[in-house]
Ligand binder design. Sequence first.
Ligand SMILES: C[S@@+](CC[C@H](N)C(=O)[O-])C[C@H]1O[C@@H](n2cnc3c(N)ncnc32)[C@H](O)[C@@H]1O
Ligand code: SF4
Ligand code: SF4
Length: 399
Amino acid sequence: MRYDSLKDKTVVLFGAGEFGRIVLEELMKSSIKPAYFVDNNICIRNINKPCFFNGFEINSPDVLLLEEKKNLRIIITPGYPQFYEIKSQLIKMGLEDQIFSSRIGDYAKLMIIDLIDRCNLKCPTCARGLGVMPTSSKRMDKMLYKDILLKGRTEGYSRVALFNWSEPFLNTDLVEYIKIAKQENMSVLLSSNLSIKKIAHFEEVLATGVDHLTISISGDTQEIYQINHRGGNIDLVYNNIHLIFEMLQKKRINTKICLKFLKFTYNHSSEEKLAQIAKTYGINFKVHPGCGNPLNKDDYNLKHMLEQLVDYESNEDPDYNNGVCELMLRHVAIDYKGMTYLGCCNANVESTLIGKYLDLDSDYIFAKRYAHHKCVSCKWKRIPLTNKEVDKIRENVNK
Ligand SMILES: C[S@@+](CC[C@H](N)C(=O)[O-])C[C@H]1O[C@@H](n2cnc3c(N)ncnc32)[C@H](O)[C@@H]1O
Ligand code: SF4
Ligand code: SF4
């Protein structure tokens, strides 16, 4: 999404949450400074104590009515379903023409790229850990990577996650890949287990321009941690968190760090302790429901995962009333060979393969994902298709 039309306008972000922050970062990169945020859940404030979000004042949406309409542009930031609730709210306020874009997923788009075909751990709840995808240690060719980013930019992607089914820090050349992403003005996201003895160029990697680093963890003691993070060593993780703390303290890096606790049935006792560690180190803490159950070998094993992924193909006559999920609109997943897949929690295997990203039109990728049997049968919340999207799918689905 190009923000050029916002220059010289009064830009207001609706929604002071996670996506509000992401859109704010994108605007700032395009040298557009919003006037303020509005939010329906603004804390009750008195005139002497305004609320702030990332340095910007948060107002009640009523304030929008005081602005000169001609100059006002409102960007709705939250995902589905709030996006549509806010859109209706603005229409009722007579501000429909002031909405910057009426389609969810037009901004904050994310490319998800595996630069390396490997992980050091064997988490039983992860397709990589289970060996669903054979491991080769190969890396993405840098020219191919650059071309992929260039194509992504033309399709409106502004962020890149350099991980999907891999451990990004095993790539000893990571700095070079991050530099390329930065040349393309993209935000860079990493997620890591950090259970690595010596991370090559650790500080340089982060300082080169990693905007966000997630540290995945599933226990505070070795005993609990290794149940899911099989092959991992909690002391190495703590050691690396400490190194990050020192880098932050000395202001050598500018990366936002989040400790992500994967919560399963057996590890609840770790939550408070990990939250405390995050607090001590001044980093964010997030609890994320862990998919699968590493304790239940029958429920979650390689055979089970493969069974879920075989025999899926494109449905040539999809149900256009089914709607599209937000991930299909916002994300694209690419492996180290430059092949694109269905994405989301589906492993990169033959049955989820769409094709070579560089050779494919974005409308074709969209249609093939929409019509894929795996997505057709998925119960994740859906957003109605626009007429334009229905046309795109019809044109492409049988190609
Ligand atoms: C497959 S991992 C690859 C990146 C890196 N190796 C890591 O573990 O962070 C990608 C994301 O999936 C998340 N993840 C891994 N196992 C999960 C599970 N069982 N349930 C939910 N999310 C999971 C991780 O926290 C991570 O952010
Ligand atoms: S560390 Fe990440 S990529 Fe590796 S097996 Fe675990 S979840 Fe999968
Ligand atoms: S499997 Fe479900 S959540 Fe994932 S991309 Fe398909 S529809 Fe969306």
